[in-house]
Design a protein around this ligand. Structure first.
Ligand code: ZN
Length: 257
């Protein structure tokens, strides 16, 4: 398993400071969160590309800009966010992009399924063309988006991915908040290709907790060797990020094959 840091935590910094801060903390891998680009319509992905090369960091994954569509009129915007995020993933050589369902949980099932089909009907072939794998994230019960548990994720995947090509980004924080860790592991353990790592409310783990070691052990049994992406709350201090990194550097050694 490879430790990585979501750079969304430094989204208030300019892109160079953002990468440099991750570097100073000793990370070699990041997940690029599109929140780090000030405006979604800012399409200068080459500035990010240059800053990444200068930093020497590896971008293992990219978190798409997301719109939880509340009305079918918003489909075009959600498609645009997805496509511009894919362009950025390509510029940063990220092989994997984490996506949400992009639909609001308030939509009626028939409208929801129509919107899902339209959004992913456009994002999926574009991702394929660029050679970037998509990975669907489980959301928290308090998210405005649809897709918090197996029942909801199955509905989404049935519409957008009958071929079973899309991976799963397992957000442990969301799963703990929603109390669905085991059902997600049972159903998607083999399909996980990215992990968003945090305790409830995106607080850092800095000590061994049963829910953490249980989660990592099960993933390990499934043969998982992908990113463990620290996705921490904005106010987490530099000291706590450093502490979390040191803790995971040591802990992940226990799960080497
Ligand atoms: Zn997440």
């Amino acid at each position: 398993m490879k430790l990585s840091l979501s750079n969304g935590i430094f989204s208030k910094l300019g892109i160079q400071d953002n990468f440099n801060t991750a570097k100073k903390l000793g990370f070699s891998n990041i997940e690029f969160n599109m929140k780090s680009i000030k405006k979604e319509h800012d399409t200068d992905v080459y500035r990010e590309q240059k800053a990444l090369v200068d930093s020497g960091l590896n971008c293992l994954t990219l978190h798409s800009a997301v719109l939880h569509v509340k009305d079918s009129i918003e489909v075009h915007q959600a498609v645009y966010y997805g496509k511009i995020s894919l362009e950025c993933a390509r510029a940063l050589h990220a092989p994997l992009m984490t996506v949400h369902s992009n639909v609001s949980k308030k939509l009626q099932k028939n409208v929801r399924d129509e919107c899902l089909a339209e959004v992913f009907g456009q994002i999926k072939p574009f991702a394929k063309k660029l050679g970037i794998k998509l990975s669907l994230e489980n959301l928290s019960f308090n998210s405005t988006g649809f897709g918090k548990n197996v029942e909801q994720l199955e509905e989404v995947l049935d519409v957008i991915d009958p071929e079973g090509e899309i991976g799963i980004t397992f957000d442990l924080c969301h799963a703990l908040e929603t109390k669905v860790v085991d059902e997600l592991l049972d159903n998607y353990g083999r399909r996980v290709c990215n992990v968003h790592m945090a305790n409830k409310f995106h607080q850092p783990f800095t000590k061994k907790k049963l829910e953490l070691t249980h989660f990592l052990s099960v993933l390990h049994e499934y043969g998982y060797g992908g990113p463990i992406t620290l996705e921490l709350e904005h106010k987490t201090s530099m000291e706590d990020i450093a502490k979390t990194k040191a803790f995971f550097d040591k802990l992940l050694k226990e799960y080497q094959t």
